[in-house]
Design a protein around this ligand. Sequence first.
Ligand SMILES: [Zn+2]
Length: 201
Amino acid sequence: MDFSVTDLSKERRHGIMRCEGWSDDCPVSLDILKEVNVLHKDFSGATKQGSVIVLNEIADATLKIFKRLFEIEFPISKAIPIDYYNGSDVDSMNDNNSSGFNCRKIMDKDKWSSHSYGTAIDINPTQNPYVLIDHKKAEALIYPKKGTMFLNRGLHEKGMVEPIVEIFSQYGFTEWGGNWIDRLDYHHFQISWEEIEKMSL
Ligand SMILES: [Zn+2]
């Protein structure tokens, strides 16, 4: 399959519709999503086939990003669409999986995540964890737990995303969760909400 953009297969559509977050209220139709098939290096340097599901309007840009990541041999643990995890973001993060579309609400909020629009991509959650501040308990929740050892962003370990923030930005993913203030989502790249609102969804 190499690098290509394809429509969602029947099996994929059925898989997505069985996911825990899927409902008739999901903000985009499966008809306007594409599966971007990519090659990537894993942490052992082996070449792997993976895929990422995104909105059709940004499928080509996504393909170009993953071609660049492959060229520079940026390691990605795995890239498996979220229906493999029954839509569980926590399970996907625990498996250090990189993924795009997932119809779900933002953790601890009643608002659709940009993943629900197919306009966000997460890369290597272990090396790039999600840090959610629980103000009531005055503690930080780290997802996945294994990511705790990568909270020091000065480590420059393999698979940490800082060297590729610019590549994502060049192709329209101008928002990086590592720059957020209320929560730090180091593995998260997305199209800005301003751009999403301009799209014909
Ligand atoms: Zn994300």
